[in-house]
Design a binder for this molecule. Structure first.
Ligand code: FAQ
Length: 324
């Protein structure tokens, strides 16, 4: 047996030291590297929640696929909703590199043992909601996710690069739809304003609880999983969105919103954290429906998974026999 060297540490303390040095040097942790249990658990938790959000996030806009007002709008929306499915798949794959099992993660979502983003528990009442989701919800997702492209875990960071590119297209298609509606009739402009009124505050909640009530932030930032705090990103998002709202010609539903010359930021009013807690604990307007549909998708399509698994097994057997 070879003696342990600095290159191939064998004891836990040396492994921890190497992990810490990798994080301190801002290099990536890869699936085969040793990592502390807490780091692995935190990543599985965040990546699984993120993947679930993408999959559940297909529902609010998916509800408008059959009612899109033109073939062009339908094609754009279809492409966007399919992209979200793809994002979910990249993210479940990233979670698998940490030893998580995809079917088990789906079960945990359906049994409500794992969370998904609060934002997807609000209904899409008019077609303007599709535009506002693209502009505000994808806008918030980009703001939160661009820094995750530099997350310390390699597979997560790399998945985020592609996801962010696609989210940028999503945001633009939403904004373009809203610009078109704002150039339309009074009724269309009113639909946009109504959608903005309903989605603005929930979009601010997407960034998570305030920093002093965010149990995971400090450790996640020390590990380089998260790069900025929830409040920092929320402020960045408000600063980015206010000029976009002005250009669009809508009013953000916040009487306290004002420009703070001293700090160079748009200051906003208090967020209703009681509503956030209600939604996250399963009591939002559409939680039950979202989970009911996800459960039905799993159960009704189980035969596809079984058939694909049987085919893959048979094919793998044939390959092994061929090799022999
Ligand atoms: N909703 O200690 P923290 C998208 C939970 S993808 C529900 O601050 P953390 C694309 C949190 O999990 C949107 N739960 O937690 C799209 C934790 O619970 P736990 C999803 C929330 O992890 C667009 C507890 O509260 N994006 O939109 C929420 O450090 C359009 C304490 O919170 C991601 O997942 C919430 N909003 O920071 C798709 C991005 N916020 O597990 C379709 C990656 C917090 O301790 C259409 N994730 N919680 O029981 C992150 O960046 C972080 O996980 C945060 C939360 C910032 C979300």
């Amino acid at each position: 047996m070879s003696a342990p060297t600095l290159d191939r540490p064998t004891d836990e303390a040396a492994l921890q030291q190497r992990f810490d040095a990798t994080i301190a040097a801002d290099r990536r942790i890869e699936p085969r590297d040793w990592m502390p249990d807490g780091y692995r658990k935190t990543l599985v938790r965040q990546i699984a929640q993120h993947a679930h959000s993408e999959i559940i996030g297909m529902q609010p806009e998916g509800d408008w696929l059959l009612a899109a007002p033109s073939l062009r709008r339908k094609a754009i929306l279809l492409a966007k909703v399919q992209d979200e499915a793809g994002h979910g798949m990249y993210l479940y794959s990233a979670a698998e590199t940490l030893g998580a099992d995809r079917a088990d993660l789906t079960d945990k979502l359906i049994e409500q043992k794992q969370k998904y983003s609060s934002i997807f528990n609000y209904p899409t009442l008019t077609y303007a909601d599709v535009g506002v989701i693209g502009w505000l919800v994808d806008g918030a997702a980009i703001c939160n996710q661009v820094p995750l492209c530099r997350s310390s875990y390699g597979p997560y960071a790399r998945a985020m690069i592609r996801i962010c590119k696609e989210e940028s297209f999503h945001q633009r298609q939403g904004y373009e739809l809203l610009m078109t509606m704002m150039g339309g009739t009074e009724e269309q402009r009113a639909m946009v304003q109504d959608a903005v009124d309903r989605w603005w505050w929930p979009s601010l909640m997407m960034f998570g609880p305030p920093d002093d009530d965010s149990p995971n932030s400090a450790q996640s930032m020390a590990w380089g999983i998260k790069r900025h705090s929830n409040d920092e990103l929320r402020q960045r998002y408000v600063d980015m969105s206010v000029p976009q709202a002005q250009f669009l010609g809508v009013t953000l539903p916040d009487p306290d919103l004002h420009w703070d010359e001293e700090t160079g930021h748009w200051r906003f009013g208090p967020i209703d954290w009681a509503e956030f807690k209600q939604v996250v604990s399963g009591n939002g307007p559409a939680n039950a429906e979202r989970i009911r549909r996800r459960r039905a998708a799993r159960d009704d399509n189980a035969w596809v998974t079984e058939a694909a698994t049987a085919y893959a097994r048979k094919h793998a057997g044939a390959v092994t026999e061929g090799a022999a």
